[in-house]
Design a protein around this ligand. Structure first.
Ligand SMILES: O=C(O)C[C@H]1C=CC(=O)O1
Length: 96
């Protein structure tokens, strides 16, 4: 199941510097582990924003929720999820 997920990050301006660095390092490792596993298919920076647009390919809604809930940055994010369906004009999709 494919999902587009927009994540907007808002770290507190007074966040402890060490906590900030540790949280960002854990976020990066967690994201890259899921990318290697194939569940986090794409991650793009939204230009000019502390946001990313990501594509997930997961087995279920519950699995997506588990992934997002466990993001180290989850407490500092606003997340918008869009389930994806095939577009009839997509030339990558066979019509046979
Ligand atoms: O910087 C971000 O967009 C937030 C976050 C999501 C994955 C990751 O490595 O960082």
């Amino acid at each position: 199941m494919l999902f587009a997920v927009k994540m907007d990050v808002a770290l507190p301006t007074d966040m402890d510097a060490q906590l900030r660095a540790d949280t960002l390092a854990r976020e990066k490792a967690y994201s890259q582990e899921l990318q290697k596993a194939g569940e986090w298919r794409h991650i793009w920076r939204c230009a000019g924003q502390y946001s990313n647009l990501s594509i997930f390919d997961v087995a279920s809604n519950d699995r997506l929720h588990e992934i997002l809930w466990n993001l180290p940055l989850f407490p500092y994010m606003t997340i918008e999820v869009s389930p994806l369906a095939q577009h009839p004009s997509d030339i990558a999709v066979s019509d046979s």
